[in-house]
Design a protein around this ligand. Structure first.
Ligand code: ZN
Length: 236
């Protein structure tokens, strides 16, 4: 694909009659200047909060357009040697993992109130399928990971697709070209396209990109409450 400018991107969105995006930002726990900058956006945002690390002051800063998702329990890596980073290692019995999740949900709900949705965002986007299939038994009806969703019984899965941080390159912004090209390709096959951000590590280029993206006309930014509900608006 040739060079993708903002102009070309906006033309493409217009040609398609609009675009459907959603936005998830991960690793929220404490107030910070980065969190305040995140709150300067006027878009529906799904904020993945680490329940056992969060403080009540965080929630005082959230705008009405922010939904809270549950980002694991404590975001601690419990992987065994040789296992990929995960909060939910293969060696942990499902019952124990579910107990931790319930305790974390209760803590989060107490602080976040109605804006907390029963949606799990597993740290490192990783949860073993047998455990994911039991989420419904503790009242978690939604799951959000990364990339292509696999069907998990009893759980509504809405994933993100474009992580704007280049983690292995000093956590710099991935670049306008890469982000916009990815979005154009995904718009052909995915609805909605999910943007993944991590406010605490954004460089200035990442922030500027998001600020520009927010101004693209014809984008329908969809809120998490709608996306994770089983009853789509306009039906029944
Ligand atoms: Zn995380």
């Amino acid at each position: 694909m040739g060079r993708v400018s903002w102009e070309r991107f906006e033309d493409e969105v217009g040609r398609r009659g609009g675009a459907s995006f959603w936005w998830r930002d991960d690793d929220a726990a404490l107030p910070s200047p980065a969190l305040e900058r995140l709150m300067s956006f006027d878009l529906p945002l799904a904020l993945a909060v680490v329940p056992q690390a969060a403080v009540p002051e965080l929630f005082h800063l959230l705008k009405d357009s922010v939904s809270v998702l549950q980002h694991g329990t404590d975001h601690r890596n419990r992987a065994a040697p040789g296992e990929k980073k995960t909060e939910f290692p293969a060696a942990e019995p499902d019952e124990l993992a579910l107990e931790r999740l319930v305790a974390a949900s209760q803590r989060l709900r107490k602080m976040a109130g109605e804006r907390a949705l029963p949606v799990l965002v597993p740290p490192w986007n990783r949860i073993r399928p047998p455990l994911a299939e039991k989420l419904g038994s503790i009242g978690m009806t939604g799951l959000s990971c990364d990339g292509k969703a696999r069907a998990v019984q009893g759980v509504k899965q809405v994933n993100t697709h474009i992580d704007i941080v280049a983690w292995r390159e000093g956590k710099r912004f991935i670049g306008e070209e890469q982000a916009l090209s990815a979005a154009l390709e995904l718009m052909e096959v995915t609805d909605p396209v999910g943007w993944l951000t991590h406010h605490a590590v954004h460089d200035e280029a990442a922030w500027r990109f998001l600020e520009r993206l927010a101004r693209v006309e014809g984008v329908r930014w969809r809120g998490a409450a709608e996306l994770f509900s089983y009853t789509a608006p306009g039906h029944g």
